[in-house]
Design a protein around this ligand. Structure first.
Ligand SMILES: [Zn+2]
Length: 429
């Protein structure tokens, strides 16, 4: 049934939208800020040039806010749009319907929109599993799950206040004729008009709410007083899961999506970030602290059962107890929570065993491990890093003007293909 936009508007504005699942997460001004910030974390190359093109900024904004539109109209398309299987469906649609090179021509707008989507889904996982989990404890006194007093609304207003960003007036852009077919591929029925209504509500009310209240000193003060720990740490790049920290993980995820759009899925895409960073010192030992967790972010969404494929030890031979799960169903981020303290002044090794399954029917058959220590750190550390950073990216020559660059690009693509570490899992029941 088509819902009338004015009704939605009233519902959203009145804060009556129920929490359907993800619930708290980044607000949409924050999502958009993270996307633009993440561009700075990309290596120089085609993707960075494309996303930095001002004529595509509107598509980045629209992609970054789109997934939460499902909540505004109470449609399950929103939850689905957050996760890898839908991002994969979008990639397949682009490969089937748009001419290469994807860095040029009509495809560019879709790349920018897709990267906005990918940014949103990844950011929700990183923020929620680290920053928001910590805040639930530190800011418990006035915690609220009511939309307009919620953590995501409050932090969205704080971010607007801190950065001055204003995305109001951005052109509404949605591939609304093509999206229903992509959603059908992942089992979701939704029509174009519902999608357009939802996007309109996001622009008119949700984006605008944060933008307006972030410019109202009384509203900013009220939210900062409600969540004082978040207020003090939101823009700290050393705080795990803060928006600046999220940008780095988003950039790493973008590179995996860009690879996959070009038919490449190499080992540099298996693990795209860890908290704490591989080789870092200073990890907290008290297992009751959220900050003592370990988070491993994969290039694909991870299936249930991952805990059985993880082993954590130290050089004394101690094997640590923990729980581990994808932070949300279909999420890339696996949150590993110790059930006992990490030993002090020790090196901890996290091993990922072969056989970790993804939600899109792949299996990682290469073991991988990393270490961190509980020795004192010499200074503030970056909260996350990509242990297998991209050296480059797939690159496709423009038609009819190849030359040296084209040969170099093709060679790189071939080399990445040779490094392919994933195998299709066959005969899944
Ligand atoms: Zn979201």
């Amino acid at each position: 049934m088509r819902r009338a936009a004015p009704v939605l508007a009233a519902v959203v504005a009145a804060g009556l939208v129920a929490d359907p699942g993800v619930g708290q997460a980044n607000g949409v001004n924050t999502h958009t800020w993270i996307s633009f910030h993440a561009i700075e974390h990309l290596p120089d190359g085609e993707l960075k040039r494309l996303l930095a093109d001002p004529t595509l900024a509107a598509m980045i904004v629209n992609g970054s806010i789109f997934p939460d539109g499902g909540y505004a109209v109470d449609s399950e398309f929103g939850e689905t749009a957050h996760w890898g299987p839908f991002h994969a469906a979008y990639i397949r649609w682009m490969q089937a319907n748009l001419p290469e090179p994807y860095a040029r021509g009509e495809a560019r707008r879709h790349v920018a929109f897709l990267m906005g989507l990918g940014s949103h889904g990844m950011a929700d996982q990183i923020f929620d599993s680290m920053f928001m989990e910590a805040a639930r404890g530190y800011d418990a006194a006035n915690w609220s799950d009511t939309l307009l007093d919620s953590f995501d609304t409050a932090t969205d207003v704080m971010l607007v206040d801190a950065t001055g960003v204003d995305y109001r007036g951005t052109e509404q852009w949605l591939p609304s004729d093509d999206l229903p077919g992509m959603f059908a591929e992942v089992g979701i029925t939704v029509d174009s008009s519902t999608l357009l209504d939802a996007q309109n509500a996001m622009h008119t009310f949700v984006l605008a709410y944060g933008a307006a209240n972030g410019r109202d000193p009384a509203a900013v003060m009220r939210y900062r007083a409600q969540y004082p720990w978040a207020s003090a740490h939101l823009m700290d790049p050393h705080e795990p899961g803060s928006p600046p920290c999220e940008g780095e993980v988003v950039a790493a995820y973008w590179l995996t999506l860009w690879d996959r759009l070009h038919g490449v899925d190499g080992p540099q895409n298996q693990i795209i970030a860890t908290y704490p960073p591989a080789g870092s010192d200073g990890h907290p030992t008290d297992h009751r602290l959220v900050e003592a967790q370990v988070v491993v972010v994969f290039g694909h969404g991870i299936a249930a059962g991952v805990a059985a494929k993880i082993r954590i030890t130290d050089p004394t031979g101690k094997v640590y107890g923990f729980t581990a799960r994808p932070f949300y169903s279909e999420a890339n981020a696996v949150a590993i929570r110790p059930t006992e303290p990490w030993a002090a002044n020790e090196t901890i090794t996290v091993e990922l065993l072969p056989g970790i399954a993804t939600v899109d029917n792949l299996t990682y058959d290469q073991p991988w491990s990393f270490e961190f220590t509980t020795r004192p750190a010499s200074g503030p550390r970056d909260p996350t890093s990509d242990p297998t950073p991209h050296e480059g990216e797939p690159w496709t020559a423009p038609p009819a003007s190849g030359g040296c660059d084209a040969a170099g690009g093709a060679g790189l693509g071939a080399a990445l293909l040779m490094l392919r570490a994933l195998r299709r899992r066959r005969g899944r029941a």
